[in-house]
Design a binder for this molecule. Structure first.
Ligand code: SF4
Length: 362
């Protein structure tokens, strides 16, 4: 039941009676966005609430009652009771120089601290190279974040988020600052500062760097898991959806994955694949088989067409299409014993942006 419900919620999105219920929704930023965290049957998932599709969704969450539970209706019929993770306590703090902690890092899902260390990207500044699904600049323009989070700021916020809100792991992502280390250097500095301040498993996310020696440096800095995101796999789809990033060939990603698995271990390297950018399901599945063979966790998520991006009016995959895709990948992961529960930190472990983890049980 929750498998279908979660998959459908992520495909259709959700209308909210009370837009202020729970923690503020995630708008803009790198990667999938325009979501709100919702807990269904004990599993916290990110559900689109600001997309154009969500406005037409058959799902409505009624305002939560005094017990914190909200009735979820589908076409006017109650189907579940849900909760919204509350606003974390660390959002109420600010650095000595007055930067609110929530502009430095955010709570994702239920227990993940997430930040985009560099909110700027060489690919985003030019419309011809920008990833069509990405809104990394939107939250900066809207004043919801700062351009660069210093290692000291990140360490301060991470310590507070662990102590006040019990966050369990962290995701450090970054815009791509150059065509050489592609962000690995800044992620090393950030992870080292956080690990010096608090015991918090970290996933770093960047494009594959030009020199694979960066993987050992990231590991030595305290990074436990690494994400390098393919997003799309077919050459035409890559060229259309991410014209800048597509200049880094898939073969280079595969070589980088092999080197990274040798450093971080099997299952501790992952990649986002976004269903709905135009790849045929068979292409996604073939890539997943290759990734699993290398030891890389394929985190397959449905496209969330973010307002203000070139793909804002794209139609996300149907729930039935996602169920078919994730069901096959889930079986593949069970057989290979490469499951999200064994990941030390990051998006695959959090799993809130996809219902994949609920397909990892037989
Ligand atoms: S899966 Fe990743 S991007 Fe999605 S909510 Fe969890 S940490 Fe954030």
């Amino acid at each position: 039941m929750s498998r279908n419900l979660i998959t459908e919620l992520q495909s259709y999105g959700l209308r909210l009676d009370d837009v202020n219920a729970g923690a503020p929704s995630r708008r803009g930023g790198a990667g999938p966005s325009d979501h709100k965290a919702v807990t269904v049957d004990g599993k916290t998932v990110m559900v689109p609430v600001h997309t154009s599709g969500a406005a037409e969704s058959p799902f409505v969450a009624r305002a939560p009652g005094s017990d914190g539970f909200a009735v979820l209706e589908r076409d006017g019929i109650p189907v579940a009771r849900i909760t919204f993770p509350p606003q974390p306590k660390f959002y109420g703090l600010a650095t000595a120089d007055g930067v609110p902690y929530w502009q430095i890092a955010q709570l994702h899902g239920r227990d993940v601290l997430a930040t985009t260390v560099l909110q700027e990207c060489i690919r985003y500044t030019n419309r011809k190279t920008r990833c069509q699904f990405c809104a990394i600049g939107a939250s900066l323009e809207a004043g919801r974040t700062i351009a660069r989070k210093s290692p000291q700021q990140l360490a301060e916020v991470a310590k507070a988020a662990v102590e006040l809100d019990g966050v369990k792991h962290a995701v450090l992502t970054t815009g791509t600052p150059n065509a050489t280390d592609r962000g690995a250097g800044v992620l090393c500095e950030s992870a080292a500062a956080i690990r010096a301040a608090v015991d918090l498993p970290i996933q770093a996310q960047c494009e594959p760097p030009d020199d694979f020696a960066w993987f050992a440096k990231l590991r030595a800095a305290g990074v436990d898991a690494l994400g390098m995101h393919l997003e799309a796999v077919e050459p035409d789809v890559r060229a259309r959806a991410m014209p800048g990033k597509a200049k880094v060939p898939v073969n280079y990603y595969l070589r980088a994955f092999e080197a990274a698995v040798a450093t971080f271990g099997r299952g501790q390297v992952s990649t986002y694949l976004i269903a709905g950018l135009g790849d045929a399901p068979e292409s996604i599945l073939a890539m997943c088989r290759t990734l699993v063979r290398i030891g890389v966790y394929p985190f397959v998520v449905p496209l969330v067409p973010i307002a203000g991006t070139p793909l804002e009016n794209a139609v996300p995959p149907t729930a039935a299409a996602m169920r078919d895709l994730l069901g096959t990948i889930g079986a593949m992961l069970i057989e290979a014993r490469l499951v999200s529960a064994d990941i030390k930190a990051g998006c695959g472990k959090c799993g809130a942006c996809s219902s994949l983890s609920v397909f990892e049980t037989a």
